[in-house]
Structure formats: structure tokens, C-alpha cells
Ligand binder design. Structure first.
Ligand code: PMP
Length: 363
């Protein structure tokens, strides 16, 4: 078996041990004579998988009793709509603009009220920072931000002070691409949501951690499937949950726990980021990162080479060396290296050696 080093932004690389466990259990789940894929979502086998995954979320995120853990469908994009549907009610909400995903969230909210921008990280044609200064409205129903802008490569390393002062509206965060990259103080957020397919597991399930007091204020004039409080009351098994995705997320979370939890992930991720940004800054004439240092993403590292031709050669040469999916998003171009929790630091060593070699030959 030969596996490439996969820098995809998502669905993204998973721990090999998790893939192996899934393979080993595929035909006969724990001696039951059938695959987990074939088990009823109401049966004892799946119920244990579901409850274990939920308990691991509570443990690894240190979720306080004030908050509920939900397994949802429809991706993070579904949350762009479900959040305003439940909580906007024709009112005002403050959105922070850090690129395409935050924009999509803001546009979806327009169907249910008056979302406005409280800040932007854009300068000229590009997003370069996670803005700290927010112009919040007095009557906002909530404030929405994207903790890590997957396309722009811009990340919040500390959240704006005003949001933790206790005077602001409920804070809602799309953490799709940096969920569990380090410990997070869940109590500061009224709602955190993330599509699983980057840091948490495969595509097909969306994790939400929501404050019970916010959930209770949700719009009751919605079909049950779209109400957080209803979904919570049924333990996220109101209808058939995406059993396979939740099972796989449970395995990834068990892997995170075995590595030492969120604190160990932070150490691992910072070491990778230091290696990669160190290589970029050490060859700054050749590798050009347009993001302000304080906002550089530890998960999605974006940079340019001196010409588009060199970028193409870099991608082609990389592929020949087993380094794949390094192309930047089509809306911004350049190179993007996505390195979520599961990305092995040794792979970043391989990458940086390749980069130095490429720069020496082509610089
Ligand atoms: N938000 C962010 C920050 C993302 O990176 C993505 C997916 N790349 C989304 C939302 C959309 O997620 P989904 O495909 O699960 O709807």
C-alpha cells in the first residue's frame, strides 16, 4: 500500500489507525455478524457508538453543563441557514467578513432578517486578517464569525475582546476548519458548529455545541427538523442520523484523546505551523504569504510563488513526489497547504524539504 501525503482542505486526511480500525470492523462489527453500516440506528450497537462519540465531544472540548452537543446534517452550509432561521426573527445580526464562507453565512441570514457586517478582514483584493475591532450593533440578535477562513488562510488566534466582555450578543462561530485544533473555552460561545470533514472525520455530519439558554429562545414556528431544541430533546436521533459518519468521528476523537487531547493537538499543530511558516519566511523572496502574521492560519497555509508558471511547476513536481492537493482554492489561486490535526508532522518535514529544494533549483 502506498499512501500519498494529502494536503486537501476537506474532506481531508485521516489518521491511518482510524482507517485501519474501520476496515477491520467493516464486515463484522464487534462480533454482531454485520457491518455497522447495516445496524439499526435504534439498536444497542449503534446507540453505544452514538453515546460514546457524544461523550468524547463533551470530554475533549470540556463542554460545560450549560451547553448541549448536537449531531446535525446539511453541513456547515445548513447551519448558515438554520442559525438565522432559529434566532434572527427579522432582526439585526452582526457578521464578521473573513471571506467566502462568512459571506455565504451572511447571505443566508438575509432571508430571515437584517445581517450586517461588523468588520472585514479584506484589504484591496485579498483577505489578510481576522479583524479584532468590531463595530457591533446595540440590538444584534447574535454575532457570527468564522474562526478559520479555509480559503483565505486567515485564523483567529484570539477572539475579539469585546466578545468576551459579557456585554455582547450571543457569539456564534463557524469552526468548520479549526475545530479542536487546540483547547477552546466553549463557555464564551453560544453556538459553535462545524462540518466534520476537516478536523473531525469524514463528510456527512455536522457537529454543533449550543448553549441551552439560546436554544430555548429559538423560533418555535419551524418544522421540528429545523429546531435545535427539538433535536436536542431527542438526543439527535429524531430521525436516522448519519451513523457511519458519527462512528468515524467517534474514532477520530478517540485518536485525539489517545494523543493527549486538545492540548496535545495544539502542540502538534503549532510545531507544524512553525516548520512551514519558517520555511516560507526563510525564503521570503520565493514563497510569499500575503496574510498578516498575527492572523496566519495554522490549519490552511496559503502562499504564492513568483509566477503562476512556477506555481504550476511546484504542484506538478510535488505530485510526482507524492505531495497532492496543494493547489489554492480557485477563487484565490496560489498554493494552499491544509494540515489539520491528523496531518503528521513528519509530512510537513517532507514538504518543507521539498520546498527548499524547489526554491534552490528555481529561485
Ligand atoms: N465554513 C467553512 C469555514 C468551510 O471551510 C466550509 C467548507 N469548506 C464550509 C463552511 C461549508 O461546509 P459544508 O460543505 O459542510 O457545508
Amino acid at each position: 500500500m502506498s499512501r500519498v501525503i494529502n494536503f486537501s482542505a476537506g474532506p481531508a486526511t485521516l489518521p491511518v489507525s482510524v482507517l485501519e480500525e474501520i476496515r477491520d470492523e467493516m464486515m463484522d462489527f464487534k462480533g454482531s455478524g454485520m457491518s455497522l453500516l447495516e445496524h439499526s440506528h435504534r439498536g444497542a450497537e449503534y446507540t453505544e457508538v452514538h453515546e460514546t462519540a457524544t461523550a468524547l465531544v463533551r470530554e475533549l472540548f470540556a463542554v460545560p453543563d450549560t451547553h448541549e452537543v448536537l449531531w446535525l446534517q446539511g453541513g456547515a452550509s445548513g447551519q448558515f441557514a438554520m442559525v438565522p432561521m432559529n434566532f434572527l426573527g427579522g432582526g439585526v445580526a452582526d457578521y464578521v467578513d473573513t471571506g467566502s464562507w462568512s459571506k455565504k453565512a451572511q447571505v443566508a441570514a438575509g432571508f430571515y432578517g437584517k445581517p450586517r457586517y461588523a468588520a472585514t478582514g479584506k484589504e484591496g483584493e485579498r483577505y489578510v486578517r481576522a479583524p479584532q475591532k468590531l463595530d457591533l450593533s446595540a440590538d444584534a440578535k447574535y454575532v457570527h464569525l468564522t474562526s478559520n477562513a479555509t480559503i483565505a488562510g486567515v485564523q483567529y488566534h484570539s477572539f475579539p475582546e469585546v466578545l468576551s466582555s459579557g456585554t455582547a450578543a450571543p457569539l456564534v462561530a463557524d469552526m468548520s476548519s479549526d475545530m479542536l485544533w487546540r483547547p477552546v473555552d466553549v463557555s464564551k460561545f453560544s453556538l459553535i458548529y462545524a462540518g466534520a470533514q476537516k478536523n473531525l472525520g469524514p463528510a456527512g455530519v455536522t457537529l454543533a455545541i449550543i448553549e441551552k439558554s439560546l436554544m430555548a429562545k429559538g423560533n418555535q414556528e419551524l418544522p421540528e427538523m429545523l429546531r435545535y431544541d427539538f433535536i436536542a430533546s431527542k438526543g439527535s436521533t429524531h430521525n436516522t442520523p448519519p451513523v457511519f459518519a458519527i462512528y468515524a468521528v467517534g474514532k477520530v476523537l478517540a485518536w485525539v484523546k489517545a494523543q493527549g487531547g486538545a492540548a496535545a493537538m495544539e502542540k502538534r499543530n503549532r510545531a507544524k505551523a512553525e516548520m512551514l511558516y519558517g520555511t516560507i519566511d526563510g525564503n521570503a523572496e520565493f514563497f510569499r504569504c500575503p496574510i498578516e502574521k498575527a492572523s496566519r492560519s495554522v490549519m490552511n497555509v496559503v502562499f504564492n510563488l513568483p509566477t503562476p508558471e512556477l506555481e504550476k511547476a511546484f504542484l506538478d513536481e510535488g505530485k510526482k513526489n507524492g505531495l497532492v492537493n496543494m493547489k489554492g482554492h480557485r477563487s484565490v489561486g496560489g498554493i494552499r497547504i491544509s494540515m489539520y490535526n491528523a496531518m503528521d508532522p513528519e509530512n510537513i518535514q517532507t514538504l518543507t524539504a521539498f520546498m527548499k529544494d524547489f526554491a534552490a533549483k528555481n529561485g
